[in-house]
Design a protein around this ligand. Sequence first.
Ligand code: ZN
Length: 318
Amino acid sequence: MKARKKTDSGHTASKASDLSPERRGVIVAHHGVAVEVLYDGGERDMVRVKRRSGHVVGDDVLVRGEVLERLPRRTELRRRDAMRGVHLVGANLDVLGIVVAAFPLPPAGFIDRAVVAARAAGLDPFLVINKCDLDQADNAVAALQGIYAGSVMVFPLSAVTGDGLAPLLAFLGAGHRGAFVGTTGVGKSSLLNAICPEIDLKVGALNVFNDRGCNTTTVSTLHALPDGGELIDTPGFQDFGLVDISMQELAAHYPGFEETHELACRFRNCRHRSEPCCAVIDLVAQGRISAERYATYLEILNEVESGELEARQREWKK
Ligand code: ZN
């Protein structure tokens, strides 16, 4: 019989090619140098991982003894923070909730960037308009519905009063795994608490396996919701910048341009800026896409273009 070795995680396990059964599960929490795995059978366990393992919450894994193998991902959601750092937020999500407040209204282009990023990553975006209990809410809801209802599902609600929460719970309960993005002050935390009361208890948890004396560990967690569905909660997920979005992706996924997909521009890679026979420019001329919506599109297009130029210049310098 092989010698059994006490590993630093406190588990007793035999060496690699041992006879431990292979178990399949999903990473439900990440603690830096260890992940919590929820196995198909319902049991949970901590498994040590390398500090920069690249594993994230939502990853499907096979675990044999102390060895964890990540399975291919269906989707990856990335974001860029204010310092231009890129973060992988979660794996295998299928929906992204974009949370805004009825008052004050979100910064221009925020919803559009998030919709494009979600679609480019293979996720279905939906819009949550929080704080609908405020006096000024009705006009804001009507305006946002007018712009976005043709493109994504819209859920006007109040996390504080609970009004409007039921349709969102029913939507998530239809087997969706999602995450929420929103800028500071939109009430994302109260929304999460309203949807999943257990979140409060788990966030801010635990410096498990903290062997380097660090006392801050960012914990992101995958929660099973009481009415079905799953939610990934990532602290500090507030800034939302486009990551690796190409001009073509922006042109293809911008909310409000869906009608042009069938009409088709002359050029397959049309950026809808000044190309001849452009379906978008035609619809703007007819007033079916508002000048304001088109202006926001051009603004984001400029941003993406200069981002791509910067990236190319970095490549040349190498
Ligand atoms: Zn076009």
